[in-house]
Design a protein around this ligand. Structure first.
Ligand code: FAD
Length: 276
């Protein structure tokens, strides 16, 4: 556990170059000072990063830290998923983040899985309780959902298929998170829903990324970021204040844990936890 009185977890993406691998190794060593409960590694839809995901997971395990492999099912077959689960089990992985994923446009959906709930049910049927299964949650509604109500139902179905806990898409509006947690409780979901926290370290990347993934940047944050232009120091200082305040509100309200999207950087996450 970090100096905080609740567990934290950290997310990384698999680096693409040998330099990236070395840089991430150094970043992890710094972040391990926070004593994360586990570190998770993202997985490109269609298995595009499988090798990098598995080797990063393996490196984390060899450093004596619990690792979770993200695992997306879009485009996959039951045979390919079965094989990958066996590999992960043999590596000593005990935790998965089970996702549908998004195929790049131009790819047909194909495959034998349509939704994350299909994957969760399959993992449970095939491997019993071998894995702790996390799923994704969208307090501000998944961008492809037919309606907010349908999205809540889909989340409830996914949890009831056998998930142990959930991690949210990042958000900067805590009311959306609190409302989501209340609403899913009413649907009988009682697993922990851990807020996913994205530190703000740059402006254009965050604004571009958020539109696509179902996270809203509130107008006041968007305008303040745009107003800073290229002044990176001001963007970082503002981002630290905003995200620390958000975490503070969530922790005060009693969230079970906090998951940081580190973007393979250590400074912002470490400073936020230090301030908390
Ligand atoms: P699902 O839960 O299957 O939901 C997808 C959509 O389908 C939603 O709109 C939902 O409302 C709808 N839906 C679900 N079930 C039904 C049903 N039965 N009938 C009709 N509609 C239904 N992406 C990656 O590629 N790699 C990663 O490593 C990765 N990690 C992530 C980690 C977290 C914590 C989060 C929040 C997201 C992550 N993503 C990742 C992004 C994720 O893959 C995308 O958001 C994707 O579009 C949805 O995946 P899901 O598992 O939430 O899908």
């Amino acid at each position: 556990m970090s100096g905080l009185k609740l567990p934290i977890s950290l997310e990384f993406f698999p680096p693409k170059t040998p330099e990236g691998v070395e840089k991430l190794r150094a970043v992890r060593q710094q972040l391990y000072a926070l004593k994360p409960e586990f570190c998770s590694v993202t997985y490109g839809a269609g298995g595009s990063t499988q090798e990098g995901t598995f080797s990063t997971v393996s490196a984390i395990l060899s450093e004596g830290v619990a690792a979770a492999s993200h695992f997306s099912c879009i485009g996959a077959t039951k045979a390919s998923v079965r094989e990958e689960l066996a590999t992960l089990k043999a590596m000593g992985v005990k935790r998965l983040v089970a996702l549908r994923g998004d195929l790049p446009s131009g790819y047909g959906a194909g495959g034998e899985f349509h939704y994350a709930s299909d994957l969760v049910a399959f993992i449970r049927a095939e491997t019993g309780d071998d894995f702790h299964i996390e799923v994704a949650a969208y307090p501000e509604v998944h961008p492809q959902a037919k309606s907010p109500e349908a999205d809540l139902q889909a989340f409830s179905t996914k949890v009831k298929a056998g998930a142990n806990s959930a991690i949210t898409q990042y958000f900067y509006n805590s009311d959306a998170y609190f409302r989501f947690v209340d609403d899913v409780h009413k649907l009988g979901v009682d697993v922990p829903v851990v807020p996913g926290i994205m530190p703000i370290t740059s402006s254009s990347q965050l604004l571009r990324f958020s539109d696509a993934c179902g996270a809203e940047i509130p107008r006041w944050i968007r305008l303040r970021l745009q107003g800073f232009g290229d002044d990176l120091a001001s963007i970082k200082a503002f981002g630290l204040d905003v995200v620390t305040d958000l975490c503070d509100q969530l922790i005060t309200a009693g969230v079970p844990s906090v998951h940081f999207y580190t973007m393979n950087q250590s400074a912002a996450t470490m400073e936020i936890v230090r301030r908390l």
